[in-house]
Design a protein around this ligand. Structure first.
Ligand code: XUL
Ligand code: CO
Length: 438
């Protein structure tokens, strides 16, 4: 059965194309700064949004029919989702997907039964992967949806709940490795708290770290080669989440000696919820050698919650892709943790959402490369800090000065009250000309 029969393989037609089913900026094999676009970006389909989310919100039921012609809740349905997902990925030229355990099959009454379903479905996915380049980018366990996790998973007050979460993580790691995945994600989910009146924060954080350590030990044992990721998010569902942002999460990983096995999976909308920009979170990760993967989406500046829109903002994408080009490259990729608006309720909209997202990141990548090649902004930053390349600057940076040395230096100085301009407006004008000159 063909689900997306209104398209063949989506092709690159260039920015002048008016074909809604063509890429205008994403040309998979075109080389940008020494690497094909598809290797910079490594786009992935998020199983949960694309094959699962059907437009349910707090005020109304599904607006989209994602039954794929069969009864939901059955193995037949789980397999139909695989068929639809593989057709979708092939037609869009996407070579990776990401999943939570319960996106693949519904949780059964007994964990052993759920795991049998996961085995059968992952066997089926393996047969679909054969002869293609499609494989898993990262897997994860849904340790937040079931009501047992209402007080958290790794942060639960109950050791039984903690143990169940560990069992789900073990199985999700097994399935990830089986499907060729090299990475594993911990999004905090309900790892946080609502009130200190009922919370032992120290114990909760220690327990989360211990769970992560066990996951790393097991993952390495079964051959998980890549990275574990923390996906920071400041709030929602919990009021306070322990993985607030990249800086907080990196501090946590270092405290518990997890920083060699973990990197960040940065989501744009989560950055915005933390009152940061996407590029801020990427920069914090990059300068700490912790930029691993991206959850590609976009928030809404007017709304204060996670809306998971497809990325459309070229400014933001350009800044983000600048960070990517300046990093050694993602060990993960760009996973579209993005969904159609509730009123965009057709299969055509699913395809158009991905075309928009892929083209936005591709355009951002092209513009970021131009910004680097243009060189004016980077040259300005270099010059702005040039005093640090002088004798005194070098000595300080080498750790060869004391506070008394600097006191003596300062006493010899004549004028220190004429700092140089930061030239923000000039730089914005340069950026605009780079973005819009062709
Ligand atoms: C939730 C979120 C998750 C993670 C994976 O905000 O982003 O879907 O990406 O658990
Ligand atoms: Co995400």
């Amino acid at each position: 059965m063909e689900y997306f029969d209104f398209i063949g393989k989506v092709q690159y037609e260039g920015p002048k194309s008016k074909n809604p089913y063509a890429f205008k900026f994403y040309d998979a094999n075109e080389v940008i700064m020494g690497k094909p676009m598809k290797d910079h970006l490594k786009f992935a389909m998020a199983w949960w949004h694309n094959l699962g989310a059907a437009g349910v919100d707090m005020f109304g039921p599904a607006t989209m029919n994602k039954n794929f012609g069969v009864k939901p809740g059955t193995m037949e349905y789980a397999k139909a989702k695989v068929d639809a997902g593989f057709e979708f990925m092939k037609k869009l030229g996407i070579e990776y997907y990401c999943f939570h355990d319960v996106d693949l099959v519904p949780e059964q009454l007994d964990i052993n039964e759920t795991n049998k379903w996961l085995d059968e479905l992952s066997d089926y996915i393996l047969t679909k992967q054969k002869g293609t380049n499609i494989r898993c980018l990262w897997g994860t366990a849904n340790n937040f949806g079931n009501k047992r996790y209402m007080n958290g998973a790794g942060s639960s007050n109950s050791v039984e709940v903690y143990c169940f979460a560990a069992a789900q993580i073990k199985k999700a790691l097994d399935i990830t490795v089986k499907l060729g995945g090299e990475n594993y994600v911990f999004w905090g989910g309900r790892e946080g708290y609502e009130t200190l009146l009922n919370t032992d924060m120290g114990l909760e954080e220690e327990n989360i770290a211990a769970l992560m350590k066990m996951a790393v030990a097991y993952g390495r044992k079964i051959g998980l080669k890549g990275d574990f990721y923390i996906e920071p998010k400041p709030k929602e569902p919990m009021k306070h989440q322990y993985d607030f942002d990249a800086a907080t999460s990196i501090g946590f990983l270092r405290k518990y000696g997890l920083d060699k096995d973990f990197k960040m999976n940065i989501e744009a909308n989560h950055a915005e919820l933390a009152n940061h920009t996407f590029e801020h979170e990427l920069r914090v990760s990059r300068i700490n050698g912790m930029l691993g993967s991206i959850d590609a989406n976009e928030g809404d500046p007017i709304l204060g919650w996670d809306v998971d829109r497809f990325p459309a903002n070229v400014y933001s994408a350009t800044f983000a892709m600048y960070e990517l080009l300046k990093s050694p490259g993602l060990t993960g990729g760009c996973n579209f943790d993005a969904k159609n608006r509730r009123a965009s309720n057709t299969f055509e909209d699913m395809v158009k959402g991905y075309i928009l997202g892929m083209d936005t990141f591709a355009l951002g990548l092209r513009k970021a490369a131009k910004l680097i090649e243009d060189g004016r902004i980077e040259k300005f930053i270099e010059e702005r800090y040039s005093s640090w390349n002088g004798e005194l600057g070098k000595k300080i940076r080498a750790g060869k000065t004391t506070l008394e040395d600097l006191f003596n230096e300062a006493c010899k100085m004549k004028k220190t009250d004429e700092p140089s301009s930061g030239k923000e407006e000039e730089l914005q004008e340069i950026l605009n000309t780079i973005l819009f000159n062709d």
